[in-house]
Design a protein around this ligand. Structure first.
Ligand code: ADE
Length: 420
């Protein structure tokens, strides 16, 4: 086991257990799937290496996979996002966990290697770091791996690139691309948890402030909607004309970053690309501007440029908040070192949202376990039925009923014939 439980971990593990219990209350769909897995054992005998944010919600997911019969090793998918109490609780349950908040780069990658030491049949990834290491540094393990799942947009982009170059050696299910993930996790999850991170870190007032949201994908849309709901004036920056038009028609101001830079009180990057906020933008920002990133990697804000420009850096002026003082006295506040603000300064997406993402993923793993020997290497969509089932279970848990087609309606939809 990566880091063993010791006496000092016991109170930590207790706190983690309480946190997991709390998350579980809001995850009825995953609870039901875990109970079903306990009966049907679809993952019996399978070893899974997972690289995910180590949070209470992930712990509930891990519980469902273990109920299904899987043996599991878990590493963190971000050096800052691990909830140490949850990691301690999972270890106390006998799960192999290689994760600690605040580790350096080498330790972060060592943890992924340690998770891979389980010699997995299936891999679960959030950002493609584990799959990348598997294909470059741990190729001796590849023959045994028969499938994987990827949780996030950034990871899917990388996997499609690998598939296009014929480099991907097994089938991977794009959990990120399910409707339940994009519509709820990316939008409501990222929207709420990102602002939660900003508010916990700075306690800033959002009403009346100008919030610049870079990127209007599902995540950016969520952030913009929540900020608007808090009474902020929202400016959106985009490189995609269709998304930019969508933002404009939804009533947001759309401008290039160079024009938005002097106006923003709070900047949130959610593009998945690098250097979205660069030196030339930082140079124009006003005193007290807050910089936060909600994209998967810490590449969207050019932190190097910020360091190079600063006269002084006051680390930790607030939780997860570093103050960069420019030569003319202006102070720019960088949250979470430019890493995922929602998982560093807050607790990630609420459990009620992760209920859907991890339920879709649990069903996708079970599907993969059954189909993997028949699938060629490549990136696969989650079967549509899984999406529908997750949504159906979520509605049922909330006591929300929906209509069903009448026979006449179903016949009508089937009846049209070209040329009739
Ligand atoms: N990604 C975003 N929020 C998360 C959470 N709460 N747990 C695991 N992964 C996440």
């Amino acid at each position: 086991m990566g880091e063993n439980v010791n006496i000092a971990d016991a109170p930590l593990a207790d706190a983690g257990e309480r946190r997991i219990d709390w998350a579980m209350r809001s995850m009825p769909v995953l609870r039901a799937i875990g109970a079903r897995f306990g009966d049907t054992r679809p993952l019996a005998g399978l070893r899974i290496a997972a690289c995910l944010h180590v949070t209470a919600e992930t712990a509930v997911f891990v519980g469902a996979l273990r109920a299904g019969g899987a043996e599991l090793a878990l590493a963190a998918s971000n050096p800052l996002s691990t909830q140490n109490d949850v990691a301690a609780a999972l270890r106390a349950y006998g799960v192999e966990v290689h994760a600690r908040a605040g580790v350096d780069r080498d330790t972060y990658y060592r943890h992924i290697h340690q998770a891979l030491d389980i010699s997995p049949d299936i891999v679960l990834d959030d950002g493609c770091d584990l799959v990348n290491i598997l294909h470059t540094e741990r190729v001796e393990l590849l023959d045994k791996v028969s499938g994987g799942c990827e949780e996030t947009t950034t990871g899917i982009i990388r996997l499609r690139q690998m598939a296009a170059e014929q480099a991907l050696r097994f089938p991977v299910v794009a959990v990120n691309d399910t409707r339940t993930k994009r519509m709820f996790d990316n939008r409501y999850g990222t929207g709420q948890s990102t602002l939660d991170g900003v508010m916990r870190a700075t306690n800033t007032l959002l009403a009346g402030r100008t919030v610049v949201v870079a990127g209007f994908g599902y995540c950016g849309r969520g952030v913009a909607e929540r900020a608007k709901g808090q009474g902020s004036r929202v400016i959106v920056t985009e490189i995609d004309p269709v998304k930019a038009l969508d933002a404009s028609l939804q009533g947001y101001e759309v401008r290039p970053m160079a024009e938005a830079a002097p106006d923003g009180d709070l900047f949130i990057t959610v593009t998945g690309n690098r250097d979205v906020i660069r030196g030339e933008h930082l140079a124009e920002m006003k005193d007290g501007a807050i910089l936060a990133n909600a994209g998967h990697f810490d590449i969207e804000i050019d932190v190097r440029a910020l360091e190079g420009m600063a006269r002084t850096v006051n680390v930790g002026v607030r939780p997860h908040t570093d103050e960069y003082v420019l030569p003319d006295g202006r102070r720019l506040l960088l949250l979470a070192e430019g890493r995922l603000v929602n998982l560093t300064a807050a607790e990630g997406h609420p459990a009620a949202v992760m209920d859907m993402s991890f339920s879709a993923q649990a069903l996708a793993v079970a599907w993969l376990a059954e189909e993997r020997t028949r699938l060629e290497p490549g990136v696969y969509d989650v079967p549509g039925e899984i999406d529908a089932e997750v949504a159906r279970l979520k509605l049922a848990a909330a006591g929300i009923g929906i209509d069903t087609l009448t026979g006449v309606q179903a016949d009508y939809l089937r009846s049209w014939r070209f040329g009739s």
